[in-house]
Design a protein around this ligand. Structure first.
Ligand code: ADP
Length: 397
């Protein structure tokens, strides 16, 4: 028996197969369409073996799920898949727990799709495909927003007419919750402070999307992403928080419409917008090292916004016990971590540059005499989804 985890993006379907206890990843990979239509690359990795890449003919998620199944069989992995855990970005106001997907629940998911038009529709298509390919498995939705269901009301609301909250549901939801929840629990474990309600953490998830969350005793008390994943920190192609007056000005004085603003804020801003080079941090870093001025500026802005958020969240928490870096940039960029921490000495947060260069997952990279621990944690969203799904499968205690 095993658990399959599916994480659908607009042109990718990430997958992982875990053992029945949701502890060990047996296989992982991604089907990637690169924006093309009927041909995709299937990446397949198993621990201890070299990664493989195969071109496959498939034009939709159903085809992709079949290709994943074929590659498992072709590689001699014939474990029965009893649970499929689906990552769903937005659970709306309704879903704040992992939930078994049946026809009724599927319809409810469809209804909240308008809240996350970029993120939920691909996941729903993957749910549909996987239910056809694995009709006997329990399909369970695990939500990125669920971690924030207990966020205090003064953090949930925006200072807008209250009626917008009541009538249109305008409120903060918070995203990347699966990763933040995993990191909070892992940090408590590393620090030997599980179930310590006074533990104060600031977690920075820095990937293509970026967010920070302030956590007390494993519960979130503030987060940067909001009604949509566009709010908060500067990201690969997303702006993060900006003066909303800019949008009014562009609409009123330059005739920009919603579609144009959507494209600009979601896909043409952030690291890409400022550097003009790329949305990929590594490429921006390389250009900056080669003397590209706008690439350097983009990195300085990126770091500066993270630093200010850490400061603000430290005040929110009334102090900080550990700062956590995770996701692609957080886990791998020595220079970014260094830049962010340089300026936080006022919090008695002191980075050990040698440990920082070692890039060891799940390690403390602070100096011995730093009052604040600095942890580099490898996020394991697939494992978290599998565990959450396993806990609620029909028949589990
Ligand atoms: P996603 O949000 O799509 O899951 P990831 O968490 O994989 O993204 O993060 C992708 C980002 O991580 C990219 O900007 C990439 O350049 C960056 N990244 C990955 N490896 C490194 C590295 N060794 N050094 C710096 N940045 C890196």
């Amino acid at each position: 028996m095993s658990i399959l985890v599916l994480n659908a993006g607009s042109s990718t379907l990430k997958y992982a197969l875990l053992d029945d206890a949701a502890k060990t990843e047996l296989v992982g990979g991604v089907v990637d369409w690169h924006g093309g239509d009927s041909t995709a690359t299937l990446h397949f990795r198993t621990p201890g073996c070299e990664d493989s890449h195969t071109l496959v003919e498939c034009s939709d998620y159903r085809g992709a799920v079949y290709e994943i199944l074929h590659s498992l069989t072709a590689n001699g992995i014939d474990k029965k898949i009893s649970i499929v855990g689906h990552r769903i970005v937005h659970g709306g106001p309704v879903f704040n727990q992992p939930t078994l997907i049946d026809d009724h629940m599927r319809e409810e998911l469809e209804q909240i799709s308008t809240l996350a038009p970029l993120h939920n529709p691909p996941a729903l298509a993957a749910v549909e495909a996987a239910r056809k390919v694995f009709p006997d498995a329990a399909h369970i939705a695990v939500f990125d927003t669920a971690f924030y269901s207990g966020l205090p009301m003064h953090e949930v609301l925006y200072p807008l007419p209250y009626q917008w909250f009541e009538e249109y549901g305008i409120r903060r939801y918070g995203f990347h919750g699966i990763s933040h929840a995993y990191c909070a629990a892992r940090a408590a474990e590393i620090l030997g402070r599980q179930e310590d309600l006074s533990l104060r953490l600031v977690i920075c998830h820095l990937g293509n999307g970026c967010s920070a969350t302030a956590v007390r005793g494993e519960q979130p008390v503030a987060t940067t992403m909001g009604f949509t994943p566009l709010d908060g920190l500067m990201m690969g192609t997303r702006s993060g928080s900006i003066d909303p007056g800019i949008l009014l000005h562009l609409m009123q004085q330059h005739g920009m419409n919603g579609e144009h603003l959507d494209e600009s804020l979601n896909r043409q801003s952030g690291l890409l917008g400022i550097s003009g080079v790329s949305s990929d941090f590594r490429e921006v870093e390389q250009s900056a090292n080669a003397g590209h001025k706008r690439a350097s500026l983009a990195i300085e802005m990126f770091a500066s916004r993270i630093r200010s958020t850490i400061g603000a969240f430290t005040v929110t928490l009334g102090g900080i016990d550990a700062l956590i870096f995770t996701a692609g940039i957080g886990e791998h960029s020595t220079t970014l971590r260094s830049r962010v921490c340089n300026g936080l000495q006022c919090l008695n947060l002191l980075l050990d540059e040698d440990k920082n260069r070692e890039n060891d997952a799940d390690s403390n990279i602070a100096q011995m005499d730093s009052a604040v621990r600095i942890l580099l944690i490898r996020t394991r969203e697939e494992q978290s989804i599998a565990r959450a799904a396993q806990r609620i499968r029909p028949g589990s205690p």
